[in-house]
Design a protein around this ligand. Sequence first.
Ligand code: S3P
Length: 167
Amino acid sequence: MGHIWLIGMMGSGKSTVGRLLADRLGRPFYDTDAVIEQASGSTIAEVFEHAGQTGFREQERAAIADVAGLPPGVVATGGGVVLDSRNVDVMKSAGSVVLLAVDVEVLAERVYGSNDRPLLFEGGDGTLRSIAGERDSLYRVAADVVIDGNGSIETVADLVEAACSGL
Ligand code: S3P
């Protein structure tokens, strides 16, 4: 039994669904953005500001590798984790990768007003749509399972739980 790695766009519900699912399964919950924040002593926005996106991605790769070695749990990843294929290899070798697929309109509602997502600072909806478009195939190639993440937290957690019980 390995990790359940939740991947998907900002606002796809990885953290909220992940926490609920971990609770239900009695397994630990990990959040790679939180791991980066703890390790660096900075918020994600500060990491972007000081180290740029390149520096952030290096720290993200280290966090994925660290979490891969922890006892099996449910992992919320950052939305850009699939940009580096090495992360995908590590995740696949340490469990199952589950994509929470959510329509851009729903994502936009959920992240509206978010002030902790540096990639959205400048752009708003257009940016969200273009990032989603650029990443769609990466998410789908990385995923062992694709879940409809448009529903409520409970519904999405049910779907992930059912899908993972068969893995
Ligand atoms: C990012 C998503 C964020 C965070 C960082 C970059 C992205 O995590 O890792 O701001 O590239 O999509 P969430 O998906 O939890 O918002």
